[in-house]
Ligand binder design. Structure first.
Ligand code: MN
Length: 294
């Protein structure tokens, strides 16, 4: 089999065929997928039934898993259905029942419906996220992606100059405040201490610049908060115009990989009385954005 990638959106997103993600990959396959990620930023692999272990093994072809034992993860380890290498993005509790609409984990999950980049609230944010669709509801639950390279390219000259050297602070606190969920424990407040991220990133391989936006961003260094929030809101609105966005409608056993360095994404509504079981592995990034020149 030969890896083949077909672009399915005018500016990004490829669909990948000619590969079995449950099997060990050749170095040529790994290189083809990495090149595909560099070019398309989001890759969709249809019809890839995976066990959790196969998903973990596939992910490790592309780097080191992000450590889940660090602060910022809401489900406590003892409450998790899944191995520590996987993040549970289902609406199920530990016993496999649909979680209550009063569950604090559910409140945190609702925040994923804001545009964001995974782990932008960590000092070294995530590289790729890999999401496997195991059980899907009958309606809704799309994942939408926005290309932050195309958005950067489309900025007017003045705005592009203005954002070039800006540094933001990101925290889970800011994104949860945005949906009115402010009932955090003292431990969470400590764990969610804001981290600094450049607003403009440069991709280490392609050299393309992109906007590093996320609903976790809540301040811009040297700016007042109202001014910063309004500017970030304006930029996010600009960057998530339809021309930069792809909506992925899930089919069972889709595996979707996105590059958090160059895209934002958001979850969409579904009927919470139906099961949605999607499982994520995440590759850690390798450098803090503030140590990178734009
Ligand atoms: Mn996410």
């Amino acid at each position: 089999m030969t890896v083949s990638i077909r672009q399915i959106h005018p500016v990004f997103v490829g669909e990948v065929t000619g590969i079995d993600c449950s099997k060990p990959l050749s170095s040529g396959d790994v290189a083809a997928i990495e090149a595909g990620m560099d070019h398309h930023a989001v890759l969709i692999f249809p019809d890839q039934p995976l066990t959790d272990q196969q998903q973990i093994d596939f992910t490790r072809h592309f780097g080191e898993l992000e450590g889940y034992q660090t602060g910022g993860h809401i489900r406590k380890k003892e409450d998790s259905r899944l191995a520590p290498e996987l993040a549970d993005f289902s609406n199920l509790d530990k016993s496999g029942n649909i979680m209550s609409d009063q569950d604090r984990v559910w409140f945190f999950k609702l925040g994923d419906r804001l545009w964001h980049s995974d782990s932008s609230f960590r000092p070294i944010p995530a590289k790729y996220s890999l999401l496997s669709g195991r059980v899907l509801p009958s309606w809704g639950a799309n994942t939408e992606f926005a290309d932050m390279r195309a958005a950067y390219d489309a900025l007017d000259d003045r705005t592009r100059r203005e954002v070039e050297d800006l540094v933001c602070e990101h925290s889970l606190r800011f994104s949860r405040e945005a949906i009115g969920f402010t009932d955090l424990t003292p431990e969470e407040r400590t764990a969610f201490r804001p981290v600094r991220q450049r607003l403009v990133r440069t991709h280490p391989v392609t050299g393309r610049k992109s906007l590093f936006l996320s609903s976790h961003a809540g301040t811009i260094l040297g700016w007042t908060i109202p001014e910063a929030r309004m500017f970030l809101r304006d930029l996010t609105e600009f960057a998530t115009q339809q021309r930069f966005v792809h909506a992925h409608a899930w089919r069972v056993n889709d595996l979707v990989i996105w590059d958090n360095r160059t895209t934002m994404h958001r979850a969409r509504r579904f009927d919470r009385n139906e099961v949605r079981d999607v499982r994520r592995t995440t590759l850690g990034g390798d450098v803090a954005t503030i140590e990178q020149a734009a």
